[in-house]
Design a protein around this ligand. Structure first.
Ligand code: FMN
Length: 168
């Protein structure tokens, strides 16, 4: 898909079909995430791919939206803060920035494959740790379902550029 068209057409999908995601599509989506830039190229992340069938109940402990585990796949991007790049001036760890770029590559690649996603930040981190059996060094940052949309795109509501951009 043309890049501008891809950016315009992607939307948060909050209803999914149960149709499986083809392995080749999943692999291209994961490959796009792998190629995401990270601070100092530290690549301090892990991508957890969860097959939802039979795990719907426990996944809904992580995020209660009934559509969350409707898709055949749920993906979690986790970071390993100990290996993330830290800015020397103020010690700001850039792991979360890295995770956001990884997930953005992933969701745009998914849209390019005709697959739906939805950023999920409002999950319960303690439940995520339990359900995904995460070791202490891994921190879950963002989830998304991955599957075919049973939803409709909405009109994008965005602030005007003049409100968002300041030229100096
Ligand atoms: C960091 C982040 C966290 C988000 N968390 C949630 C969430 O927990 N639940 C949800 O339904 N949508 C969530 N969203 C989706 C936003 O609500 C959505 O992207 C925004 O309203 C714009 O709509 P669009 O994605 O359809 O263009 C999140 C988006 C971002 C970027």
């Amino acid at each position: 898909m043309d890049f501008s068209e891809l950016i315009r057409s992607r939307y948060s999908v909050r209803a999914y079909k149960q149709d499986p995601v083809e392995d080749d599509k999943l692999n291209r989506v994961l490959e796009a995430a792998r190629l995401a830039p990270t601070a100092a190229n530290r690549q301090p992340f892990k991508i957890i791919v969860i097959n939802t069938r039979g795990r719907e109940k426990e996944l809904n402990r992580v995020y209660s939206g009934e559509w969350f585990a409707q898709a055949p796949i749920v993906i979690c991007v986790c970071v390993i803060p100990q290996i993330g790049w830290t800015r020397s001036f103020d010690a700001k760890n850039h792991c979360d920035v890295d995770a956001a770029i990884v997930m953005d590559h992933l969701i745009l690649a998914a849209a390019n494959e005709g697959l739906g996603t939805c950023w999920i930040g409002a999950f319960d981190p303690a439940a995520a740790r339990e359900v995904l059996h995460l070791p202490d060094e891994l921190e879950p940052v963002v989830f998304t379902p991955l599957g075919y949309s049973a939803d409709q795109p909405r009109v994008k509501k965005r602030k005007e550029l003049a409100e968002l951009v300041q030229y100096q």
